[in-house]
Each structure stands twice: as C-alpha cells, then as structure tokens.
Design a protein around this ligand. Structure first.
Ligand code: PLP
Length: 437
C-alpha cells in the first residue's frame, strides 16, 4: 500500500478528525418518536400507522396518486419490472419470468439493482451508453438501439447520483416506439425535471417509478423502498404481490407468485421522521457540491454536470471527472488496480487512496453494467451502434465510443455526507489539490 504520509506532496496533512463519509444517515430525533409509537402500540409488523402515513406523504411530495411502501428499492424495481412485463407480454407461468425471451433497454452506468430485476424476470438487458451532459442514458444511443431492435417495449432508466436524465427526450422516443419506462429514482428523491415547462419530481416521470430509502440515501429508513404510480390497479397489484399474493379466500389461496416485500412499520417510522428534513438535506448536499465546484476551479477536473435549465438535482453525491490530459497512469483489472503519479496529473485510483489514507471516504463511479463479468455477453449499444467488438487489428480506432467506461475510468465520487463539516471538506479539497502537484 502506498505511504502517503511519507510523500513530500502531503507534508503537513493530518488525518481528518471525526468521520468523513461518502453518504450516511442524518437523524433528527423525530424518527425515534414514530419508532417508539410503533413499539408501544405493538405494531412491530408490516402493518401499522407509520406505513400509510409515509405512503401518503411521499405520494404527495412526488406528485403521484399512490405510493406502495416496500422492503427495499430493489423490491420496488422488481415488482415494477414484473408489472411492466405482465402489461406488455401477459401473465407468465409460475416458473417463468414475465420478460422471458424479450430484450429491455437499460441504463448502463448505474447500480446493478436497477437492472437485475430484468434478469429476475428472465429478460435480456441491452445496455445503452451514457452521455456526458448528465452522465445518464444517452437518448441518441437509445434511438440507435430502437433502430437495431425495433420490437423492444421496455426501458429502465436511472437518474445517476441524484441528477435527472434527459426525460423529455426519453419520453418522446418511448412514445414513438410504444415503449414503457421504468424510472429508477432510487438516488434522486427530491430532484426535479422541467417537462413541458412544468417542474416534475423524479419518481413521477416514468410509467412505473421506484425510490429507495437505503442507509446511504438522502432520506433513509435504514432500508426500504417505494413503488410510485398514478394507477390504482398497479398500486393494488404491487401491494398484493408484496404480501404473498393472497386471493380473497378464508385460507391462503394463491393464483400467482407472491413475495414478502412489504415495508415494516418500524422502517416506515424512521422514514416518517426523516421526511420533513428532505429539503434541508438537499440544501446541505447542494452547498457541498458548490464548495467543491468553486474549490476545484483551478484543477483540471469537472464536477458531475447537470442541465441547469431543465433540472434541479438533489445533489446526492458530488463527483468529479479528471480531464483526459491530466490523467496519470491508471489501470484496473477485474479486482485490483495500479496507479502511479506524474507531476500535475492524478487519477481516481490515487485520489481515492489518498482520501482513504487521511480518513475520508470516496468511491469509484459505478462500473458500467456492460463491463460487469455477469453481463459481459449482453448487447451494448452506443451512438455508433453495436458497442461490442469495435476494434480491428488492421484499422486504427478513432475517438471514444464507450462514454460510460470513460466516465468510470476518469471519474470518482467525493465525500458527500450531510454531516461533513466545512473544515472536513476543506481538508478533502486540500488533499485532492496535493494529488495534482
Ligand atoms: C440506482 C439505484 N437503484 C436501485 C437501488 C436499490 O435500492 P435498495 O438498496 O433500496 O434496494 C440503489 C441503491 O441502493 C440505487 O442506487
């Protein structure tokens, strides 16, 4: 392991006091009240007052008619995917997923929980490349994908790190091709997008919408997620599936496969206590982003970008991207990596190691799904068409065609915890400056 403390570039830098995390729960005290109420009343189960209360509150905030509280964002995504599959292709046999034999266009740079439900439902994820303006799915590549596979009827879109993707373009393309959209707003609760001159919350922009209350999210229940919709039928179906799919009979009668995906009243109590602080959390995250942006103005880096006219992110994670000509040597294998320093340059490997050495937590950008061993044989589409097998031993490649891999290679997530003090953040900023010396 590299010893940063004996590198003269880091002379005078001390370990950052306290915790300086990527993103962790910020509690306010109200959470305890609702959890205590649940315990005192005996409702320590998947029913109880906190669940409908928090469903109503989230539905109102996001601007949808119905919210269904579930055990995780992953559960919400699974049931959204199953619902979409059933709507498009009909009910599947119990031993088969609803997407069997069908392709689904999916975000590429995201957490695998966004797109694993396609596999749970026996579908084939086709990964769509990323664009540089918001680091989300590239609508141009999506259009290309429909040219190549016009029969596809489902798109899974994630808003990366709390920054909305180009929803107006996605909706237009989906409408043209009669496709449905699953919106993964797990990271973007509270972020807004301007659609037809109206601000709409992420989580209300797709045909099936999902959010997460995982421990690192902007509002947390320690875990938990929600399915959001304007359709009463869809809400009822997800509610039924999430509680083992019981039919209306005096005994346990089943006509379809069920799941144990309902949120507990304890988790709902924590979320209920957190909800009034969403805007406060967003403001704190935005201040962190702005401080980084200002402080890095003299470095060869860019912050994770967003469309300032059409979107208002929740700034869940602040990230940076190192300019190509300021990249020091850096290679990643499947499970390990090597970096070395060059004057005036740095790399995500070096910066993350330096932050870690001085007590701060960053993270690599999500490794693109099309590069993940499990999905390495899935189709990958870029603006230029098929993104696989592009090189030729006899013809020189020109230009970058795989934007997601480029952002993964040059980018990193910075400590973005709401509780990070200005002093801690300044130390993080100083360490990153020293990396470029
Ligand atoms: C983009 C994205 N999708 C889905 C999930 C899954 O949510 P959960 O952890 O609540 O299952 C997460 C986060 O965990 C996420 O970041």
């Amino acid at each position: 392991m590299y010893d940063f403390t004996s590198d003269p570039r880091f002379n005078g830098i001390e370990r950052i006091p306290g915790k300086c995390l990527l993103a962790s729960p910020t509690m306010h005290g109200d959470e305890k009240k609702y959890v205590d109420e649940a315990i005192d009343s005996g409702w320590v189960t998947t029913a109880g007052a906190n669940i409908p209360a928090v469903e109503e509150e989230v539905a109102k905030l996001v601007g949808v008619k119905y919210a269904v509280a579930l055990s995780a964002g992953t559960a919400a995504l699974h049931l959204a995917t199953k619902l979409a599959g059933e709507k498009i292709y009909g009910q599947a046999r119990p031993n088969e997923g609803t997407l069997a034999g069908h392709k689904v266009f999916c975000s590429d740079v995201t957490f695998d929980a966004s797109i694993n439900p396609v596999a749970y439902e026996d579908g084939e994820a086709v990964f769509i490349d990323t664009e540089y303006d918001t680091w989300n799915m590239d609508p141009v590549a999506l259009e290309k994908a429909f040219e190549l596979y016009p029969d596809v009827k489902l798109i899974v879109l994630a808003h990366l790190y709390g920054t909305p993707g180009k929803m107006d373009e996605f909706k237009k393309i989906a409408d043209e091709h009669g496709a449905l959209i699953i919106e993964d707003a797990a990271e973007s609760l509270g972020a807004k997008y301007k659609l037809n001159d109206q601000w709409v919350e992420t989580g209300a922009l797709g045909n099936y919408n999902c959010i997460s209350f995982n421990g690192n999210k902007i509002i947390t229940g320690s875990s938990g997620g929600m399915f959001l919709t304007d359709s009463l039928d869809d809400a009822n179906k997800v509610r039924k599936w999430s509680t083992q799919s019981r039919e209306d009979a005096p005994w346990y009668q089943h006509e379809e496969i069920g799941y144990n995906y309902r949120m507990s009243n304890i988790i709902a109590g924590i979320i209920r206590g957190q909800m009034p602080y969403l805007q406060e959390h967003i403001d704190a995250k935005k201040a962190i982003y702005e401080r980084y942006k200002k402080a890095f103005a003299d470095l060869p880096v860019q912050m994770n970008p967003y469309d300032t006219d059409k979107s208002e992110p929740n700034f869940w994670l602040s990230c940076l991207l190192i300019d190509e000509d300021a990249m020091a040597p850096f290679v990643r294998g499947e499970k390990d990596q090597l970096w070395s320093h060059e004057s005036g340059k740095s790399s995500p490997g070096e910066i993350l190691a330096a932050l870690n050495a001085f007590g701060a937590e960053g993270r690599p950008i999500w490794k693109p799904m099309h590069c993940q061993p499990i999905y390495r044989s899935n189709i990958f589409i870029t603006r230029n068409g098929n993104g696989r097998a592009r090189s030729n031993a006899y013809i020189k490649e020109n230009g970058i065609t795989d934007v997601g891999s480029d952002i993964f290679r040059r980018g990193l997530c910075l400590p973005s915890d709401n509780k990070m003090t200005v002093d801690q953040q300044e130390r993080v900023i100083e360490i990153i400056h020293r990396c470029f010396q």
